[in-house]
Structures are given as C-alpha cells and as structure tokens.
Write a protein of this length. Structure first.
Length: 270
C-alpha cells in the first residue's frame, strides 16, 4: 500500500486527478482496448472530477475510449431524482466530458429484478476485461462503496441494507429529512473493488482520521472494510494532513520519507 500525504483537500484532489490522467495517457486507450475506471460519488471526488473536466477542456486527456462503472446506487430512487447517483454523475462529471453514454455503467436501483441486476453488473465488468483503476472515498466508519462494517471482504455486487448512521449522515442531501433517505442500495462488493488492477482511495478531513489509521495501521477486518486494501497488490490512499491526525508519528514520517519524490502532482504527467 502507498500512502500519499497532501496538505489539504485541494492538493489531494489535484494529485488524484493527475494520477488518473497519467494512467489514461500511458494506456493510450482505443475503441478495441479501452481504459476502464471505477468511479465513486459523494463529496470526496468532487474536486477531482472538476480537475479532470479542466484537463479535458485543455486537451490534455480524452474520455472517448473510457468505460466507467460506478460503485453504487440507491434502491427505489428515480434516476432523475436530484440525489440519485445517476444525477450526481451526469451533473458533476459525465455531461461535461466527451464520454460516450453507452460506455457509462451505473447500477439500476429500479430494476425489476435487483439480484439479476447485480449479477449482470459483475458480468459486464468481466466482459470488458475488468477495471483498470477503481477510485473511491471512505466513510468515517471505514466503509468503501456501501460496504459498511460487517460486510464480507469477499463480497460481490449486491443489495445492501444501509446502517442508521449512514442514513442519518446522508440525510444532509435530503433536506435533513431522514425518512426521505432510501434504506437500501445496490453496491459493488469489497471483492469487486479488490479485483481491480489498481485502487485509489481519497481520504480527507479530521472525521476520517480513525478510518485512515485503521486502514494503514490496523488489522485487516470486516469491521473496517477499507483495511482490505492492505491485501491489494497495487493500492494507493491519498489523504490530507487533517486525516493523518491519529497516525503514529513514525508511520507519518515513514510515508512522508518514502514518497517525498512523488508528492508533486505535476510530475505525474512528465
């Protein structure tokens, strides 16, 4: 596991942006050999998405031969609802780049057979050769996607009942009306994420400090699903200084030292 420590959310977003851009450019994707991205929603990736849009507008990268798979979607929420993850992705990212609509994959929380929808999602990922780079954020309780505490580290895309804590936290997007938040979602599994060739997780803020210390210093456990990254052959956590608040000083200094030549995001595109 690599731990890239940045000063703040803005620089964390920049580093993540340029890493994604560097992977796309080095892959030089074509229609017959596309680059496959796994994508998150939520507040963590917003800065990165805007930066990627800027790089596209500057002609530095293209999304013409990119295929995407989103992590999750609420069950029962209409796609056009402002808080659906379909709306989030199209409003904040897809509508502002040159991605082909047929290359965008988001779970259908209104499918007539939700179990079949999950199985077909896994099959679609397999059919394109797997995910090259899975991006994500993390919850304060260490969950990735909607794989909350107690989720199997070998789980696949499935229907997931959301915890009360997650529902209360997400109510801020629903005018603080807890009853308006869907109680279930479709989500890729921890195993689905771990199958990606690379995984990059963004961790920002003091409220994520416990999740970060568990991810880096804790034991691998289904109680903190982010800890599964310790078993991935090519995983990166990009965090800001506030998120490092609970790391041991020795751990902090170690990663600062070994990554000191890799902290400038601009060098990623050289």
């Amino acid at each position: 596991m690599r731990l890239i420590i940045q000063e703040n959310y803005a620089s964390l977003s920049k580093w993540s942006t340029y890493y994604v851009a560097s992977k796309i450019r080095s892959a030089n994707p074509t229609p017959s050999k596309p680059f496959v991205l796994g994508l998150p929603t939520g507040s963590s990736p917003l800065g990165m998405y805007q930066n990627l849009i800027d790089l596209y507008r500057e002609g530095i990268i293209s999304f013409e031969n990119i295929i995407t798979f989103n992590m999750d979607e609420y069950v029962g929420l209409p796609e056009e609802h402002p808080q659906s993850y379909h709306s989030f992705m199209w409003n904040n990212f897809f509508s502002q780049i040159n991605i082909k609509p047929e290359n965008v994959h988001i779970l259908n929380g209104n499918a007539p057979d939700l179990k079949q929808e999950c199985e077909q999602y896994e099959a679609k990922i397999k059919a394109v050769g797997g995910i090259d780079l899975f991006l994500g954020g993390v919850g304060a309780d260490g969950h990735i996607a909607f794989n909350e505490p107690g989720s199997s580290l070998f789980s696949r895309t499935r229907i997931k009942t959301l915890t009360t804590d997650t529902i209360i936290l997400n109510s801020r997007f629903f005018d603080d009306e807890v009853d308006q938040v869907p109680k279930t979602a479709l989500t890729v599994g921890v195993g689905t994420i771990m199958d990606a060739k690379e995984v990059l997780i963004m961790v920002s803020g003091y409220n994520k400090a416990e999740a970060l210390v568990q991810a880096v210093e804790g034991a691998v456990s289904q109680k903190w699903t982010i800890t599964a990254l310790q078993m991935h052959p090519k995983s990166i956590i990009v965090c800001d200084e506030p998120a490092c608040d609970k790391l041991q000083l020795g751990t902090y200094k170690y990663f600062k030292d070994i990554e000191k030549n890799n902290l400038d995001y601009r060098s990623l595109l050289l």
